[in-house]
Design a binder for this molecule. Structure first.
Ligand code: ADP
Length: 556
């Protein structure tokens, strides 16, 4: 049987071949290590690839040139054997001049010792350290130096990579500065916060106290007190309210306190209140509230005032409700008395008037007697006017001031009334500017009463002046009649109340006689005519009382 075993000779030959290959490999490695060859052939598959060591060196050169860092190689005695252009530009010299110089040229005096230490350390093993170099302008620049020792053909050398720390240091410095500023700001904020907290505590306490003072005051006055938010929703009632109505807070704050108000007054009250809230004006209203103690509805006068900030926004509403039931009853009694008294006075007055007329008609009486009769007659007219006013007032109170109206030529009537008043007030110069043919639907007697009342007042309240102007002007669909005087005038507060019943200005200059019901009756007469009445005046500068009536369609 033939065997495939190799012969001893062929094995020796193979071994010799392998030994040669090994020797060749060792020689190649040695050659590469010692730089004797500058190319490598690498077999990959069937292809052969050639790598020159020079090209590898070229690659590293490019890397080093492109680095942001400086790179130098130093000899044992600190001479620069190699420098990249980055280092050359850092020190402001051409590359060719840098090579061959001693590196110590570029070290700042204060860093020389540190550099020496770093060098010594660098020769032994890789090391790092920070020193100051001098830049092209001779300024100190911080650098981080990384040392690595190299074995070169020519001997040992030290490679140094230099990283400029100036930017980093500057950034660190700025960061530190910013941090410091931040800390300071934080400290300031903390201080402000603490101050604010103190202030808030203080103010909260003050607010608490002032709220307590307010409640104490509100609970100890004999009227009902309430407050609401700007939108008119209730947020406080005093003790008197709860005692009076027997309601709790939740029941009370329901829309307009429906449970407390008289059903007949509820809608009108809510409407008046909503108007006041919307217009931010005072709420002045009378309504009945149920007294829990006896279930009786009693009249109250409510007065709500908005508290506003500087911009005119309402902060809160402050209001009171005063029980005026007893006063109203007294007033009712007074009205009743006035009504009865004026009726009772009218009968004897009528007969008195008749007798005076009879006496006046007598012939052959001594002259002084005629004068007495004349004086008695004019006093009687005054008395009759007073009694008529009282009767009118009673009628208004009872809702019975009714009169017939017809289309009248107001211009003609006005001319006649003014001519008449010129006779009555002969010491006054009464001027008139009356537009012609102003037709209105009215009652001539009642309108005469209004005009004469205004003229009478103009005379009465002009103690030092004697001029009055009566005007009637057409103004779109209305006629406006005005009576202008130059007398004592009215204050803002008085102007608002002038048409109230019994209201008379309480000042020394108005020490004139009067009942304070003339303007009240006039305003009711004008209201019945579907007109409006008003006054413009300034204290001591006279007054202009005027009323407007709708013109009728027959106006030419
Ligand atoms: P009386 O004149 O009888 O007091 P009125 O109702 O006519 O009543 O007037 C009310 C008040 O209005 C007067 O008391 C007076 O204080 C004031 N007043 C009326 N007319 C004038 C006026 N022309 N100038 C200044 N004040 C006036």
């Amino acid at each position: 049987m033939k065997t495939s075993l190799k012969t001893y000779e062929s094995l020796l030959a193979e071994m010799e071949e392998l030994r040669l290959q090994l020797q060749e490999a060792n020689e190649t490695i040695d050659a590469i290590r010692t730089g004797q060859v500058d190319a490598l052939v690498v077999k990959s598959g069937d292809e052969h690839q050639l790598y020159t060591l020079k090209s590898a060196d070229q690659t590293y050169r490019v890397f080093i040139e492109k680095m942001k860092e400086g790179a130098v190689t130093l000899s044992n005695d600190e001479v620069i054997l190699y420098s990249n252009s980055q280092f050359a530009s850092m020190v402001g010299l051409p590359l060719t001049e840098v090579i061959g110089l001693s590196f110590s040229n570029f070290i700042h005096e204060g860093s020389k010792e540190t550099f020496g230490d770093l060098m010594r350390q660098g020769w032994k093993s890789d090391s790092k350290g920070e020193i100051f170099l001098k830049n092209k302008n001779g300024e100190m620049v911080p650098f981080l130096l990384s040392f690595t020792s190299l074995e070169l053909d020519e001997g040992r050398a030290l490679s140094v990579i230099l990283t400029d720390l100036a930017v980093q240091k500057e950034a660190e410095k700025q960061l530190k500065q910013k941090n410091k500023q931040l800390e300071e700001a934080q400290l300031a904020v903390t201080k402000i916060n603490e101050h604010l907290e103190e202030l808030v505590t203080e103010r909260t306490h003050e607010l608490f106290l002032s709220r307590e003072y307010f409640k104490f005051l509100a609970d100890n006055i004999p009227v009902i007190v309430w407050t609401t938010r700007a939108d008119g929703s209730a947020d406080y009632f005093n003790k008197q309210w709860y005692e009076y109505t027997g309601l709790n807070f939740d029941q009370s704050k329901e829309a307009g306190s429906q449970q407390a108000l008289h059903p007949d007054d509820f809608n009108a009250t809510v409407q008046a209140w909503n108007e006041a809230v919307q217009n931010k004006t005072n709420f002045y209203f009378e309504y009945r509230i149920k007294r829990a103690a006896d279930g009786q509805f009693r009249w109250h006068l409510a007065n709500g005032t908005p508290l506003k900030d500087e911009a005119g926004n309402v902060i809160t509403w402050f209001g009171t409700s005063t029980d005026i039931e007893d006063q109203r009853k007294e007033l009712d009694k007074k009205d009743e008395f006035i009504s009865v008294a004026s009726h009772e006075l009218r009968t004897p007055l009528t007969s008195l008037k008749g007798y005076i007329q009879l006496m006046g008609a007598q012939k052959d009486l001594p002259e002084p007697v005629y004068q007495y009769i004349h004086k008695a007659s004019s006093s009687m007219v005054k008395l009759q006017n007073l009694i008529n006013d009282l009767l009118d007032m009673s009628k208004i109170q009872a809702g019975k001031l009714k009169f017939a109206t017809e289309v009248i030529n107001l211009s003609d009537h006005l001319n006649a009334w003014i001519e008449n008043s010129k006779h009555i007030y002969s010491s006054f110069s009464i001027k008139k500017e009356i537009a012609a043919d102003l037709f209105v639907q009215g009652n001539a007697d009642r309108l005469e009463q209004v005009v004469m009342n205004l003229v009478n007042n103009a005379v009465k309240y002009s103690p030092d002046k004697n001029e009055i102007i009566v005007r009637a002007v057409k103004d779109e669909d209305n006629v406006t009649v005005s009576v202008t005087d130059f007398g004592i005038g009215l204050s803002e507060a008085d102007k608002r109340r002038i048409f109230e019943r019994f209201f008379r200005v309480d000042s020394e200059s108005s020490l004139t006689s009067g009942l304070g019901i003339g303007l009240y009756i006039s305003s009711e007469v004008i209201r019945e005519h579907k007109g409006t009445i008003g006054v413009e005046s300034e204290l001591n500068k006279g007054a202009i009382f005027s009323f407007s009536l709708p013109l009728t369609k027959t106006t030419q």
